[in-house]
Design a protein around this ligand. Structure first.
Ligand code: C2E
Ligand code: CA
Ligand code: CA
Length: 749
């Protein structure tokens, strides 16, 4: 007979669950007990004992009893295996010695010794076996028993093994907290963690940064290689992120291709910028996924508490805006949050709306920049560059609106228009100059691209050999059969292909061997770098040229502006140049005028070399000296110093604090002084802001401002205490100012 069936509906379930086990024990013991006191017999004692025995042997649960001192008087044999001893050895030992002493921080765990001394009834107490080899958890219940006169005799109780359940519930809570694909913390747990961290840090006046990382072109990989490949890629991304971030912070996956990193106690934008760059370059290295090679990029937005938000919601919102901006600026970049971003995000949304109608309204046109043979100075072709004449905003750069078009699914329509328009224009040119049209990777991934090319050629009558398509290495991010098929489809039509922007991304020479390019275009940033002392770019360009020649490809150096760049490029045997040194892009009419007779020769001309890396600008900032604030103008700015304009006759060695706004203060010393111009050196170097500009690596914490007794309700607002003018202590400013700029008194601390 089976012990379970005789108990009817109260039989313990096969898992030996805690509540059922307890019910079983209670029922059995009360029925045995009741037979003596009331005489109403449900089960004969012998039968009951047998049942208990069966139950014990089934290992669904076990029984124990102690004497008044808490020492064991009985324990089921089967459980003692788990406990690592024989029951005979345990008899007489304290019940509490069977279990690990609960750690102090384990809530409620101290209760067993406590309960035993208090002689309290207890149910389902979870304890860990002391001498078990594997981690083993038991749930125990017990009730005190007395003799007839009410004297406490000890405890009787039951127990069962809950190790498996415990593990399962741990797994479940793990599932709830972690992303099952990558094993990183998930959105919910990260957001909770960020919230508690920020709440604590607000009290402790500590800083905490948040980075949002978004993969560029991930969707295309997912679409072309399939979801399992996409999943495998995400796992590798997670591994790389963990490796780069290391101990500095905690990485989580928010979902899709978005990751978030929390970096406690980090407010140095120099360090954060470096980390963001490292993340971008690590994630941009090629991946091998299910035998396919693929490349993606990443954009990063950074926000720092307390400056950019105090709550987790605000901080993440700020990081999100920064990310949006980073993506809008051409991807593969990082951006710090700044207050202007709100406006700029809004601007982009408005632009996106206008862009939808731009083609229909005839606001788009193509300009053509000559591509010149450096040996003959003869123009051999033109690159078609899109121009948008916005009715209110004037000309908008394609560097701004092309990324918007890509994001907003407008690039196909725009690109199709550009290809057709360029072919139509080129067919009307005197001579046989080629026209190059930019093709976004999104267009390249569309099966219909060859059809569009066919229509453009047949519609215009342009011969295919005069059309060149400029493609960036973005098209290689997923090296699939489709990519190769597209190359073949285009080549078979007789159009030429150019690899654009070489030197800006991963720049693998291996593309040149696999894809049928007719030309490599070396990016202007790469050329510009080549003129810097110690740069290896020159050697790399020489290698590219050699390889290109061997493969019968042309080379074009882009963005050549100065004569020293031009000389270097010539020396490196680059065959063609496209840059201001020859000509900017011109309208179709001007092109036709210059191409009289089918030939246009241009003499290179331009400045001898680039000016140093100082950013020329005209930016009003505030300069604080003693307790006065002066308005001055920054004429140019580098990481180490600036030229400022606005004060007269400032002695060399004078110390100032420059206030760049938004809590960015830099201590500076005057190193040169000439009338109203001062050269100043910063005590701490400025750092890249990720957008071609500079910023201070640290900002003055709004906490400090608040501490200075100023009411800054929503902390990160403007904080320099100029508003608090204390007329009584107004003293004369040390320096006279240019024209009408006034010095304002600051309240002394
Ligand atoms: P890109 O394909 O690298 O085009 C070259 C860019 O460099 C052009 O900028 C050109 O005006 C600029 N440039 C040429 N010579 C010099 C120089 O000596 N100095 C400097 N500083 N710049 C020079 P633009 O016209 O603003 O175009 C920016 C980017 O927008 C292009 O970069 C291209 O990626 C994209 N774009 C333009 N038109 C189209 C289009 O029709 N379709 C697509 N998909 N993208 C386009
Ligand atoms: Ca181009
Ligand atoms: Ca280019």
């Amino acid at each position: 007979m089976n012990a379970h069936s005789s108990i009817g509906s109260d039989s313990p379930d096969p898992n030996g669950s805690l509540s059922e086990g307890r019910g079983f024990f209670d029922k059995i013991s009360s029925r045995i007990g009741s037979q003596n006191s009331t005489g109403s017999r449900n089960i004969k004692p012998a039968e009951a004992l047998l049942l208990l025995q069966n139950y014990e042997e089934s290992r669904q649960g076990w029984f124990w009893s102690t004497d008044a001192a808490g020492n064991l008087t009985y324990i089921t044999e089967s459980i003692t295996e788990i406990l690592g001893t024989k029951s005979a050895d345990l008899i007489g030992k304290p019940m509490v010695s069977l279990f690990l002493k609960p750690a102090d921080n384990q809530a409620g765990a101290r209760t067993l010794p406590f309960i035993l001394t208090k002689k309290m009834k207890f149910n389902g107490l979870e304890v860990q076996a002391a001498n078990s080899e594997d981690e083993c958890w038991l749930s125990i219940s017990g009730r005190p028993h007395q003799d007839k006169s009410g004297n406490f005799l000890g405890f009787r109780g039951s127990g069962n093994d809950v190790t498996a359940q415990r593990r399962m519930s741990l797994d479940t809570s793990r599932l709830a907290m972690y992303d099952s694909l990558t094993g990183l913390a998930n959105r919910a747990s990260m957001s909770k963690k960020l919230e508690t961290t920020l709440a604590a840090y607000r009290q402790q006046k500590r800083a905490c940064a948040v980075m949002l990382v978004d993969l560029d072109r991930f969707k295309q990989i997912n679409d072309t290689l399939g979801h399992p490949a996409g999943d495998a890629l995400l796992k590798q991304v997670a591994e790389r992120l963990l490796k780069v971030v290391g101990q500095a912070g905690e990485v989580s996956r928010l979902g899709g291709d978005e990751f978030q990193i929390m970096l406690p106690d980090c407010d140095d934008r120099g360090i954060l910028g470096d980390l963001a760059s490292k993340i971008i370059s690590s994630l941009s290295q090629p991946y091998s996924v299910e035998g396919n090679r693929c490349i993606i990029g990443a954009s990063v937005g950074v926000a720092i508490s307390p400056f950019d938000g105090l709550t987790s919601e605000d901080l993440v919102k700020s990081a999100d805006l920064a990310l949006y901006e980073a993506k809008g600026n051409g991807r593969g970049r990082f951006r710090f949050y700044s207050k202007g971003l709100q406006q700029s995000a809004e601007d982009r949304r408005v632009l996106e709306e206008h862009l939808r109608d731009a083609i229909g309204k005839g606001e788009l046109e193509l300009a053509y920049q000559p591509v010149v043979n450096v040996k003959t100075n003869a123009v051999e072709g033109f690159e078609a560059l899109m121009r948008w004449n916005h009715p209110e905003r004037g000309q908008i750069s394609p560097a701004l609106f092309i990324p918007i078009a890509e994001e907003a699914n407008l690039i196909w329509e725009l690109g199709q228009w550009a290809i057709k328009q360029a072919c139509k224009d080129a067919a009307g040119w005197p001579g046989k100059s080629r026209v190059a049209v930019n093709v976004s990777p999104i267009q390249f991934a569309n099966d219909l691209l060859p059809v569009v090319i066919d229509e453009a050629l047949s519609g215009s009558g342009l011969s295919a050999s005069r059309l060149e398509l400029e493609i960036t290495e973005g098209v290689f991010m997923a090296e699939t059969n489709e990519t190769n098929a597209m190359f073949q489809a285009l080549k078979s039509r007789g159009v030429r292909l150019a690899l654009d922007d070489f030197g800006t991304g991963y720049s693998s020479l291996s593309y040149l061997q696999t894809a049928p390019f007719d030309k490599i275009k070396i990016d202007q940033s790469f050329v510009r770098g080549a003129t810097e002392p110690g740069s290896r770019n020159g050697a790399i360009i020489a290698a590219i040229v050699a390889l290109a020649e061997a493969l019968a490809m042309e080379t074009t150096a882009e963005g050549i502006e100065t004569l020293d760049e031009f000389a270097l490029i010539k020396k490196l045997n680059v065959s063609h140049v496209q840059g201001y040194v020859y000509s900017k892009a011109v309208g179709n009419k001007e092109l036709i005028e210059n191409l009289e007779g089918g030939r246009w020769v241009i003499e290179p001309a331009g400045p001898a070399h680039h000016r140093n890396d100082r950013l020329s600008m005209y930016r009003k900032v505030r300069m604080i000296h003693e307790n006065h604030v002066y308005s001055i103008v920054i004429r140019n700015l580098s990481k180490t110093g600036a030229l400022v304009d606005g004060l007269y006759n400032v002695p060399i060695g004078t110390k100032f604090v420059i206030d760049f706004g938004d809590g960015q203060l830099a201590v500076a010393t005057v190193s040169r002084s000439d009338g109203n111009l001062q050269g100043i050196k910063f005590e701490t170097r400025l750092v890249d802001d990720g957008n071609g500009g500079l910023c201070t690596s640290r900002r003055v914490s709004p906490y400090l401002i608040a501490e200075a007794g100023l009411d800054v309700p929503n902390l990160p607002a403007g904080y320099v205490p100029t508003a608090k003018i204390d007329k009584d202590t107004l003293s004369l400013p040390a320096f006279s100012t240019v024209a009408d700029w006034k010095a304002t008194k600051i309240k002394p601390k």
